[in-house]
Design a protein around this ligand. Structure first.
Ligand code: C5P
Length: 242
């Protein structure tokens, strides 16, 4: 299989963390979140080509954290989708084929495991639409009434958490994101833009510990997951991640 293109949006400021720096630069187990995430991706796809989306004003980034041989820095945009679109334009400028597989992974998910990465890539290589890592919802789901009370209980059967990476062919993904932006649709993941084209991405069951660091308490949780994975208490199938 031809190695994928990787897009890592890392241009957010992580306001919900309330930290003194963007969350990708907080330290976990002795390394930045960004360094962990790139190590995990590199261990699974050492020959991949990387587009890393960073804020133009970013003062924290250190290129020593990038283990890829072939990588480029791309300016982030106002929203996540704008950052990803900038990365796709950079990939096109490199002469990539419309059929090239692009995996988009949030920098804030440093616990992604090698077996999930390999499975997702294998599935999207064989799928006409593409797909995403996802986990079935376990909790009972409540809809609020906007005033702090339950309006109703939503049926959880058939509901999934959308994780990353999400993988699609370059041509489909560019069309989907361009259309979403032109229509003014807010997209928080690639799959929803592809769905808006009338296509149905594959749900690839992924591990529940592929946590997105968003709130302050997530950092300690991510640290515990990484430590458990490294100690072998939670297997990842990936020696290079240890
Ligand atoms: O804030 P949130 O966690 O939803 O952001 C998801 C991902 O998108 C993060 O990896 C963040 O750095 C990235 N992002 C970006 N450009 C933006 C906003 C967010 O690359 N303008």
């Amino acid at each position: 299989m031809t190695p994928p293109w990787l897009v890592v949006p890392a241009a957010g400021c992580g306001r919900r963390m309330g930290a003194d720096r963007p969350k990708q630069y907080l330290t976990l187990e002795g390394r930045t979140v960004l360094a962990h995430t790139l190590m995990r991706l590199h261990a699974a796809f050492p020959e991949a080509r990387l587009c890393l989306c960073l804020d133009g004003e970013d003062r924290h980034f250190d290129s020593a954290w990038v283990p890829f041989r072939d990588w480029r820095r791309v300016d982030g945009g106002v929203e996540r989708v704008d950052s990803v679109i900038n990365a796709l334009e950079a990939i096109v400028a490199e002469g990539a084929d419309e059929q090239a597989i692009v995996l988009v992974h949030d920098v804030a998910r440093p616990c992604v495991a090698a077996d999930d990465l390999a499975r997702l890539f294998a599935v999207v290589n064989d799928d006409p639409v593409g797909g995403l890592l996802a986990a079935p919802v376990a909790d009972t789901m409540k809809r609020d009434d906007g005033a702090g009370r339950v309006a109703r209980t939503e049926a959880r059967a058939g509901l999934w958490h959308a994780l990353t990476p999400q993988g699609f062919r370059l041509g489909v993904l560019r069309r989907a994101l361009a259309r979403a932006r032109a229509d003014g649709v807010a997209v928080t993941d690639e799959a929803s833009a592809v769905e808006a084209l009338g296509l149905s991405p594959r749900l690839v069951p992924g591990r529940r510990d592929n946590l997105k660091i968003t709130h302050p308490e997530d950092l300690a949780l991510a640290g515990q997951i990484l430590a458990a994975q490294v100690s072998g208490a939670i297997p990842t199938d990936d020696e290079e991640c240890r």
